[in-house]
Ligand binder design. Structure first.
Ligand code: UDP
Length: 329
């Protein structure tokens, strides 16, 4: 299944789709893709970490409402439920709101799916594996999560979302798909969202030292956003998907290696500044994507070097950054 053949196989011109979190980084790229396949797309987003300017023009309705207390919605063929702050500093800024969004927001979307017999895709996360004792992480791994730490609002919120979603499937027979999204980066990231790639690229362009938390030996596996969107789309459109599926790029880098790569791509030396490692920061993370390969014929294509180049181009075009950059008009 190539990207071009997907267009023929999945003609979405008669589909109405609700995209929660469509003003966010990943959501807005998914909105673009759905529109390009001919879908009618509505967006529901409270703009807590998303921005009106991220929503593509072709979207039919864009509601600025909370997913946990949504407006009266029409019936949809398909719901892509992405709404939730996802960057650690952002989701920890209001942990109660994060948990509410992750859990109550998911329940309200599951209710929509149950009432209208819509298919629903739940965006879960690699954070459900916590600080993993199994490496790389397979979907069968139950995780190693602190239930009362600073990351718990998101980790446990998403775990509870998976639980209630699966119970809705068992009890009401809804057509639920779960994708576990690993670290994703690319154009349109908020330069101030606090994630490692957006921080480093912003800092590099502002001639600031790159802030390495801890000694930089912790690892992550970074997926370029177009690859991720392709995976989400396939997970939403295949005939059946009964098991959660990891979506991420299995190429693993330490944070130190990431600083070296950015330096290399820019072609000049960058300063580093070491800062304390945040509490419960996972030591390593890397998806096992055998399931996505088998069930979705999906595999990421963009290397970290190419993805960083494209991200740099996008950030350069938005430079100089302003701390209020992207806040609501
Ligand atoms: N990190 C870092 N410097 C930064 C931001 C993050 O060294 O300016 C580290 C962070 O401690 C973590 C990794 O980079 O180990 C990825 O952090 P991010 O917030 O992007 O996402 P996470 O994978 O932790 O959800």
């Amino acid at each position: 299944m190539t990207r071009e053949s997907l267009r023929e196989v999945y003609d979405l011109s008669k589909r109405t789709i609700l995209l929660t979190g469509g003003a966010g980084f990943i959501g807005s790229h998914l909105a673009d893709r759905l529109l390009s396949l001919g879908a009618t797309v509505d967006v529901l987003d409270n703009f807590s970490t998303g921005y009106a300017h991220n929503i593509p023009k072709g979207v039919r309705n864009a509601w600025k409402e909370d997913v946990a207390a949504p407006p009266k919605l029409p019936a949809y063929d398909l719901i892509f439920h992405l709404a939730c702050p996802a960057s650690p500093p952002r989701y920890q800024a209001d942990p109660v709101a994060t948990f509410r969004t992750a859990v109550y927001g998911t329940v309200s979307m599951l209710e929509e799916a149950r009432k209208n017999r819509s298919r629903i895709l739940l965006a879960s996360t690699s954070e459900i594996y916590g600080d993993p004792l199994e490496h790389p992480q397979k979907e069968t791994y139950w995780g190693h999560v602190n239930p009362i730490g600073p990351r718990s609002c998101y980790d446990e919120g998403k775990r509870a979302a998976e639980t209630i979603g699966t119970d809705y499937r068992r009890k009401y027979g809804i057509d639920l798909r779960i994708v576990r999204i690993f670290n994703t980066y690319g154009p349109r990231m908020d330069p101030f969202d606090g994630r490692v790639v957006s921080n480093f690229v912003r800092q590099a362009l502002d001639n600031l030292p790159l802030t390495i938390y801890g000694d930089g030996s912790q690892s992550r596996s970074f997926c370029y956003v177009s690859d991720l969107v392709e995976g989400i789309l396939r997970a939403g459109l295949v005939d059946r998907l009964d098991e959660p599926v990891n979506l991420g790029n299995p190429a693993e880098f330490t944070i130190k290696e990431l600083t070296g790569l950015i330096e290399d791509v820019l072609g000049h030396p960058l300063k580093r500044e070491f800062k304390p490692l945040p509490e419960d920061d996972p030591r390593r993370r890397r998806p096992d994507i055998s399931r996505a390969r088998a069930l979705l014929s999906w595999t990421p294509e963009v290397s970290l070097r190419d993805g960083i180049l494209r991200t740099l181009d996008d950030f350069r075009a938005r430079h100089p950054f302003h701390p209020t950059d992207g806040t609501l008009p």
